[in-house]
Design a protein around this ligand. Structure first.
Ligand SMILES: [Zn+2]
Ligand SMILES: [Zn+2]
Length: 581
C-alpha cells in the first residue's frame, strides 16, 4: 500500500461523478448467477450486489472466481528481491526490488518525478485493428518506471514502499519506522528486527501480527504485551513465556502463574540464547497453538455486516481481507477504501475497480501503481492525472491516451471508440495481461498468499522469475553458525553466509549484531526473505472462508482456518468470549 502525503486533487469529488451511488436496498432486483471460473474451472456465484457494482462501473461481470481474481491482481504486486542497479537516466546507483527481467528502463525515483524526461515523448496512436491491452503493454515496456516506492526517508536506501522512516534496512511496505531491519508491512515500529505485519512495536524480534508491544519476541497475534516470549493471542501480559489466550497476566509460563523469582529461574533454564533450543521452542509453541489455543472464528474487530478476515472497522464489506476503515467494498485485499471492488493494496481509493497498489484514486478502472488519479482507466505508474486512458508514467496530465495528448473532445470520442472496440473483442474490463506484471508470480505477493509451483503459475498465465544469484567466494553455511551469540566475533560482519534453504547469501550488519548481542539472540541461519515468508505462512492459510462447527457449542460457523493449520479449538464469537476473556 502506498502512502502519499501530497494533497488530493480538489475539484469535482462527488457531485460531478459519473458513478451514481445507489442505496444497496433500493437497487433493481437481480438474481445471483453461477458461472464456471475460466481458470480453476470451479463454480462461483456472482451475487446481486456484484452485478449492481459492475453495472454501476460499466464493467462486464467477471469470468474468474473471486479467488482467481485476487491471485491475478496480487501477481502484480511486487515483493521482489533487493538488488543493486543503476538508474537508466543518470547511472546513479539504486537499490530496487524490480527484477533485471523488466523490459522497461528503471529510473531513480527522484529522477522519475523530475522534468529530466517527458513521458509524452513515448506517445503512440491507437491502432483499432489490434487489441488495446496489447498496445498498452507495449507502451508499458518502454516507458521508464521508478526504482522504488516511498519518500521522506532517511538512511533507508535498502527499502521499498517505505515512507517517512529512518534507518529502515531490507524492509518493505512500511511507514514511520526507526531502526527496523527485515520488516514487512510494519507501521510505527522502532528498534526491531524480523517483524511482519506489526504496528507500534519497540525492541521486538521475530513477531507476526503483534501490536503496541515492547520487548516481545517469537510471538503471534498479541497486543499490549511487554518483556515476553512465545505468545499467541495474548493481551496486556507482562513477563510471560509460551502462553496463549491470556489476558492481563504476569509471570506465566505455559499459561500457569509463577512467582517472579520462579519465573526468572525457569526462564534461565529454557536457555533462549541457543538457536537450536529456540527453534525447538518455536515448534513446541506451534503445538500449543494447534492443540490448546482457542481460535476466534475470525480476526475481525468492529465490523458491521461484513465477511472476510482481518477486518478492522469496516462496514458492508464482502469477502475482504486485511482491510480497515472501509465501506461497501467487495473482494478487496489489503487497504482502506470505499465502494471498491476487486482490489489489492489500495489506500483511500473510492469508487474503483480492479486496482493494484494505488492510493487516493477516485473512480478509476484497471489501474496499477497509480496515485491521486481520477476518472481514468488502464494507468500504470501515473500520478495526479485525470481523464487519462491507457497511460504509463504520466504526471499531472489530462486527456491522454497511450501517452498522447488530446483535446477534451478528441479524448472523449477516442475513448468511446476504444471502449467499443474492446467490448467487441471481449477485452473491456480485463486487467493488464499477467506477463506484463513487473515480476514473476514467485516474487509477487500472490506467491506469499496463494503459493503456486512454477508449472501452476505458468498454467495460470503468469511468469516465473528465474533468478541468478551472484556467486560469492568463501561463503559459510548458515547451519555452521555458532549456536549462541557470545561465540560470535565482529568478524562475522565481513562474512557472507549461504542460506541452506534458498541458496541465497546474506550477511550480518554491525547494527544487527549489536541488537543480537544486546538481546542475547542467536544468529539467524536462514536468508531474511525466507524468514519473512516463513513467518507470513499462517496468513496464507487464513484467507479462504471455510464451513465448520464451533468446538464448544457445535454451532455451524464460517471461519477462515485451513485444515492444514491443524487448529483443534475453533470457536464461535460467543464461545471464544466465554473461554478466553
Ligand atoms: Zn477460479
Ligand atoms: Zn460456540
Amino acid at each position: 500500500m502506498s502512502k502519499l502525503s501530497r494533497p488530493r486533487l480538489q475539484s469535482g469529488r462527488g457531485s460531478t461523478s459519473r458513478f451514481v451511488c445507489e442505496s444497496r436496498t433500493g437497487q433493481k432486483d437481480m438474481n445471483s448467477q453461477t458461472k464456471v471460473c475460466q481458470n480453476c474451472k470451479n463454480d462461483f456465484v456472482i451475487e446481486p450486489d456484484d452485478f449492481a457494482f459492475y453495472e454501476k462501473l460499466g464493467l462486464p461481470s467477471p469470468v474468474l472466481c473471486p479467488l482467481c481474481r485476487t491471485k491475478y491482481l496480487l501477481a502484480f504486486w511486487v515483493f521482489g528481491r533487493f538488488r543493486i542497479a543503476k538508474s537508466a537516466l543518470s547511472g546513479k546507483t539504486i537499490i530496487t526490488v524490480l527484477p533485471k527481467s523488466v523490459p522497461f528502463p528503471i529510473y531513480d525515483r527522484t529522477e522519475f518525478v523530475s522534468d529530466a524526461w517527458d513521458p509524452l515523448t513515448y506517445g503512440k496512436d491507437y491502432n483499432s485493428s489490434r487489441p488495446f491491452i496489447e498496445q498498452l503493454v507495449e507502451l508499458q515496456s518502454v516507458v521508464p518506471h521508478p526504482h522504488q516506492l516511498g519518500i521522506k526517508n532517511f538512511n533507508s536506501d535498502w527499502a521499498d514502499d517505505v515512507w517517512e522512516s529512518k534507518d529502515a534496512y531490507l524492509t518493505r511496505s512500511a511507514l514511520g519506522l526507526e531502526s527496523v531491519i527485515y520488516g514487512y508491512r510494519v507501521l510505527n515500529c522502532k528498534n526491531s528486527i524480523d517483524i511482519t505485519m506489526c504496528w507500534d512495536l519497540e525492541r521486538s524480534y521475530d513477531c507476526l501480527y503483534c501490536f503496541k508491544s515492547y520487548n516481545l519476541k517469537y510471538s503471534f497475534n498479541s497486543r499490549d504485551c511487554m518483556d515476553s516470549f512465545f505468545l499467541y493471542d495474548c493481551r496486556n501480559c507482562q513477563n510471560c513465556f509460551m502462553c496463549w489466550n491470556l489476558r492481563n497476566q504476569k509471570y506465566c509460563i505455559l499459561n500457569q502463574p509463577h512467582s517472579k523469582e520462579d519465573y526468572f529461574k525457569k526462564l534461565e533454564e529454557y536457555n533462549l540464547e541457543s538457536r537450536f533450543l529456540v527453534e525447538a521452542l518455536k515448534k513446541e509453541m506451534w503445538q500449543h497453538i494447534r492443540q490448546d489455543a482457542v481460535h476466534r472464528q475470525n480476526y475481525n474487530v468492529q465490523t458491521v455486516n461484513s465477511t472476510g478476515n482481518f477486518l478492522n472497522n469496516d462496514k458492508n464489506c464482502y469477502q475482504c481481507y486485511f482491510i480497515e476503515d472501509s465501506e461497501n467494498c467487495r473482494y478487496s485485499f489489503r487497504g482502506r477504501s470505499k465502494e471498491t471492488i476487486d482490489s489489492a493494496g489500495v489506500l483511500d481509493c473510492e469508487k474503483c475497480a480492479m486496482e493494484v497498489q494505488t492510493g487516493y484514486d477516485y473512480n478509476n478502472l484497471c489501474c496499477l501503481y497509480a496515485n491521486n488519479c481520477r476518472f481514468s482507466s488502464y494507468l500504470d505508474n501515473c500520478e495526479e492525472c485525470e481523464y487519462c486512458f491507457g497511460c504509463v508514467g504520466l504526471r499531472k496530465k489530462r486527456y491522454c491516451i497511450l501517452n498522447k495528448q488530446y483535446t477534451e473532445e478528441e479524448y472523449k470520442k477516442l475513448v468511446e471508440k476504444i471502449k467499443s472496440d474492446m467490448k467487441n473483442r471481449g477485452e473491456w474490463g480485463k486487467f493488464f495481461s499477467l506477463p506484463s506484471a513487473y515480476c514473476g508470480y514467485n516474487l509477487s505477493l500472490a506467491q506469499m498468499m496463494f503459493p503456486m509451483s512454477e508449472d501452476e503459475a505458468l498454467k495460470f498465465g503468469a511468469k516465473w522469475e528465474k533468478t541468478s544469484e551472484p556467486r560469492y567466494e568463501n561463503t559459510i553455511s548458515g547451519d555452521t553458525l555458532p549456536d549462541t551469540i557470545d561465540q560470535v566475533s565482529d568478524e562475522i560482519t565481513k562474512q557472507r553466509i549461504l542460506c541452506p534453504e534458498t541458496k541465497l547469501s546474506y550477511n550480518i550488519t554491525q547494527e544487527e549484531l549489536s541488537f543480537y548481542r544486546e538481546h542475547k539472540i542467536p544468529l539467524p541461519r536462514r536468508h531474511f526473505d525466507w524468514r519473512t515468508l516463513e513467518r507470513f505462512k499462517p496468513f496464507s492459510l487464513m484467507v479462504i472462508s471455510q464451513k465448520g462447527v464451533c468446538y464448544y457449542c457445535k454451532k455451524e460457523i464460517e471461519h477462515y482456518y485451513s485444515s492444514e493449520l491443524g487448529f483443534q479449538k475453533i470457536a464461535c464469537l460467543e464461545c471464544y468470549q466465554r473461554e478466553v476473556a
